[in-house]
Design a binder for this molecule. Structure first.
Ligand SMILES: C=C(O[C@@H]1C=C(C(=O)O)C=C[C@H]1O)C(=O)O
Length: 476
C-alpha cells in the first residue's frame, strides 16, 4: 500500500499548483482497501471523529497549518482565516471521491485564554483552534480516502518529504493485525480495572450548597437556569489505551460523536476524549441542524421500567422547563440568521447511561451566514450554561471551583464546499468527556438547575453522565 500511494503521489505532484504564493493544496486519493480500524499513531498531533450510526470516520494527522485564538473575537479571528479557503484552498480530487480537505475546529467553554491545568492531565490545548492536518483520512460506509494537504508555496520534493514522514507509520496502522482480545481476568488480577478517584470538585456537601445558592438566585428571578458542573479526577492501574477507548465508546454510544484529540507532540501527551450526544450545529449548504437537549433521567434495568422512566421524563414539569429554555434560546439564536425554522416534536434520546429530552431544530441559513456566525450565536446554549446567558456565565465563573477548559466547548470538522464556495461543518458540544494523560483522567459532568431542582437528584444525574466515560475507561 505504501508503494502504491508513494507512486500515486509521485505521479500527481508535478501537476499540483504548489508555486502559488499563499493558501493550500489538497490531493485526495481513494484508498483501494478501506481501513478496518481507526489508525492511531503513537506520537504527534492527531484527531479522530467517529459516529458509528452515521458510518462516518474522519481523522487528521500532523499539522499543515493551524491558527489559535482567544478572547471575545476568537471565532471571528478564525472565521477570517476560513473565509479565504474558497479561493485559497485548491482541491485536487483525481479519483472523484468528492472529499475535499477538512480542518478541525474546536474551542473551550469560555473565551478567556486562561486554562487551569492539573499536573496529571495538562490540557495542552489553546483556547480556540483551527487546524488543517497534513494527512486526513475519511471513511464512509462505501469509500475511504486519504487527503494530503500542504501549505503554499512549496516544492514537490518538500511536499513529498512531509507527507511520507507521516504516511509510512500511518499505512502500517491502517491495516493492523487483529488486536488480542482483552484479558479481563489478567487485568483484574493486576487490579487494573479499578479506577481510583483522586480529586473531586466540588465534593457532595459543597455541591448541595452550590445548588441551593443557585436556587436562591433562581427564586429571586436573577437566573432562570444554570448548569452547574463537577470535576472528577481518577487514576487507573495502568495507562489508558486510547485506541481501545475510542472503539469502546463507538460501540457503547453508536449515536454519539466520539472525539479523540491530541494536539501536541510533547510527552506525555494529553488526549481530550468525548462521547457526546449533542450537536451544536451541522451545516451543509444552506441547511443547518441543531440539537436542543436538556432534561435527563437514568436508564432502568427492564424495558418496562425504562419506558416508565421515559414517560415520567416527558411529563416532568421541571425537565420540560429546563428543556424549554434550550429550545427557546436555539430558536432566538437562529432567527436573525435563518428562515424556515422548524422544530421536530419532542423526543426522548436513549443512551446507554441516560435518557434525555431532545428537540431537533432545522432551518435554512440566510445568504452570507456561515458556521462561525451560527456558532457565535448558539454557543453556549442553556443546555450547558444557563439563562440569561451572561448572568449564568458570570455566576458559574464565580462559583464553579475549577476552569471548564474545553468541557462544554465544541469541536468538529469544517470544510470548503466545492460546489457552493461556502463552508460545511459539523460541531459537537464537548460533553461526556475526559482529559486523559497516561493513567490519569479528568472528567466533567453537569446538570441544569431550575425551579424545583433537588441537590441530591442533580448529583445523581451527574453520576449517570460521568458513568458514560467511566464505564468505558474500566475496560481499556
Ligand atoms: C451538562 C451536561 O449535559 C447537558 C445537560 C443536560 C441536562 O441538564 O439534563 C442534558 C444534556 C446536556 O445538554 C453534561 O453532560 O455534562
Amino acid at each position: 500500500m505504501l508503494d502504491h500511494l508513494r507512486a500515486r503521489l509521485a505521479a500527481h505532484l508535478p501537476h499540483l499548483p504548489l508555486t502559488r504564493p499563499t493558501g493550500f493544496v489538497s490531493l485526495t486519493l481513494a484508498l483501494p482497501e478501506p481501513p478496518v480500524r481507526l489508525p492511531q499513531l503513537s506520537s504527534g498531533a492527531q484527531f479522530h471523529l467517529t459516529q458509528t450510526h452515521a458510518g462516518e470516520l474522519r481523522s487528521g494527522y500532523g499539522v499543515a497549518a493551524e491558527w489559535q485564538a482567544s478572547g471575545t473575537q476568537r471565532l471571528q479571528q478564525l472565521a477570517a482565516v476560513a473565509r479565504t479557503w474558497a479561493t485559497d484552498w485548491q482541491q485536487v480530487d483525481p479519483d472523484h471521491t468528492g472529499y475535499p480537505g477538512f480542518a478541525l475546529l474546536g474551542f473551550a467553554a469560555a473565551d478567556s485564554a486562561e486554562l487551569i491545568s492539573l499536573d496529571a492531565t495538562d490540557h495542552q490545548l489553546p483556547n480556540a483552534l483551527l487546524w488543517i492536518p497534513q494527512i486526513a483520512l475519511r471513511k464512509t460506509a462505501t469509500a475511504a480516502a486519504l487527503i494530503f494537504t500542504v501549505a503554499l508555496p512549496t516544492t514537490p520534493e518538500r511536499a513529498l518529504q512531509q507527507w511520507l514522514a507521516l504516511l509510512a507509520p500511518l499505512v502500517t496502522a491502517l491495516y493492523p493485525p487483529r488486536a488480542p482480545a482483552l484479558q479481563l481476568r489478567a487485568l483484574r488480577e493486576r487490579g487494573a480495572l479499578s479506577l481510583t478517584p483522586t480529586h473531586l470538585l466540588p465534593n457532595y456537601n459543597d455541591w448541595c450548597q452550590l445548588v441551593r445558592q443557585a436556587l436562591v438566585q433562581i427564586n429571586a428571578g436573577v437566573l432562570s437556569k444554570v448548569v452547574l458542573s463537577r470535576q472528577l479526577t481518577i487514576t487507573a492501574g495502568r495507562e489508558f489505551d486510547l485506541e481501545r477507548l475510542h472503539g469502546a465508546l463507538a460501540d457503547l454510544f453508536p449515536s454519539c460523536q466520539i472525539i479523540n484529540l491530541r494536539h501536541t507532540a510533547a510527552a506525555p501527551a494529553a488526549h481530550l476524549v468525548a462521547a457526546t450526544p449533542e450537536r451544536l450545529l451541522h451545516l451543509r449548504g444552506r441547511r443547518v441542524e441543531v440539537d436542543a437537549i436538556a432534561g435527563t433521567v437514568a436508564r432502568a434495568k427492564s424495558a418496562e421500567q425504562d419506558a416508565a422512566l421515559s414517560a415520567a421524563l416527558r411529563a416532568s414539569a421541571k425537565d420540560l422547563l429546563e428543556h424549554r429554555y434550550v429550545v427557546d434560546a436555539v430558536w432566538a439564536a437562529l432567527l436573525p440568521l435563518c428562515s424556515g425554522l422548524e422544530t421536530s416534536p419532542l423526543q426522548v434520546m436513549q443512551l446507554n447511561n441516560a435518557q434525555h429530552l431532545w428537540t431537533p431544530v432545522v432551518a435554512e441559513v440566510n445568504a452570507g451566514v456561515d458556521v462561525f456566525d451560527l456558532a457565535e450565536r448558539l454557543h453556549p446554549t442553556p443546555a450547558t450554561n444557563g439563562e440569561p446567558r451572561a448572568t449564568a456565565r458570570a455566576w458559574l465563573q464565580a462559583h464553579e471551583p475549577f476552569s471548564r477548559g474545553w468541557y462544554t466547548g465544541a469541536a468538529g470538522w469544517i470544510e470548503p464546499d466545492v460546489t457552493t464556495g461556502g463552508l460545511n461543518a459539523d460541531l459537537w458540544v464537548l460533553l461526556r468527556c475526559a482529559h486523559i494523560c497516561g493513567a490519569a483522567a479528568e472528567l466533567h459532568a453537569g446538570s441544569g438547575i431550575v425551579t424545583g431542582s433537588d441537590p441530591q437528584a442533580e448529583w445523581q444525574e451527574t453520576e449517570a453522565k460521568l458513568s458514560a466515560m467511566l464505564t468505558a475507561l474500566q475496560f481499556v
